[in-house]
Design a protein around this ligand. Structure first.
Ligand code: TYD
Length: 210
């Protein structure tokens, strides 16, 4: 077990395709940096050189769902060891585009692997590290698909698949409601949505520091 002291703050962003997650993360990062907060912006699968290579394999090849699951978890273990934990131990705020809830929503809820087994593998890959805050960028799956410009093989599966993924996020949120903060992507401009996320982060960080 690693014993690195975690002093930073870990925020993950989740959502279905075309929710506007990536734009929102960049807007949030910009605002935090303007406040003098050290930010690490990263993503899954990816965020390190090894994990980016695994990402390429996952997104370009078709494979057995269990193989795919283990690759996501392998990329995650590497990402945590090389990027997330070091940043958190330096007191940085880590903003991560997708994390363990994506594995539950995509591999378990949408693709049908066991929710309990995926949760156990998530726990193994993260050694129990959980985000302090998870932003659900929620969008109607049909609107999201219309917006998504760079279709990968997940997006080709259409609205029904996105509905299942969304239901997976909602299930995860029901299991740990306090970790989540939900914003509807159509409810404001990227700048307005980012302001809401920043306010929520400041509130929670304030609460943690007492
Ligand atoms: P990406 O193009 O980054 O999608 P997005 O911009 O919507 O985040 O591709 C990442 C894909 O990987 C996305 O379709 C969701 C999927 N994914 C999983 O299926 N399981 C996971 O654990 C993670 C992290 C991502």
């Amino acid at each position: 077990m690693r014993s690195t002291k975690i002093t930073g703050f870990f925020i993950t962003f989740e959502g279905t395709e075309g929710a506007g997650k990536s734009t929102l993360i960049r807007e949030v990062a910009k605002r935090l940096e303007l406040r003098g907060i050290a930010v690490t912006l990263t993503r899954e699968p990816g965020g390190t050189s090894v994990a980016e290579k695994i990402r390429k394999v996952i997104l370009e090849e078709t494979m057995d769902p269990w193989t795919e699951l283990f690759l996501y978890e392998a990329a995650r273990a590497e990402h945590l060891a090389e990027t997330v934990r070091p940043a958190l131990s330096q007191g940085r705020v880590v903003l991560c585009d997708r994390f363990t809830d994506s594995t539950l929503a995509y591999q378990a809820h949408a693709r049908g692997l066991s929710w309990t087994k995926v949760k156990a593998l998530n726990r193994a890959a993260t050694q129990g590290l959980q985000p302090q805050l998870t932003i659900l960028v929620d969008v109607d799956p049909e609107t999201g698909l219309r917006r998504a410009r760079d279709p990968n093989r997940f997006e080709k599966e259409g609205v029904a698949f996105q509905e299942k993924v969304r239901a997976g996020f909602l299930k995860s949120r029901r299991e740990q409601p306090r970790r989540w903060f939900t914003i509807r992507s159509e409810s404001g401009s990227p700048a307005e949505l980012a302001e809401r996320v920043v306010r929520e982060f400041l509130k929670r960080r304030g609460a943690r520091h007492g």
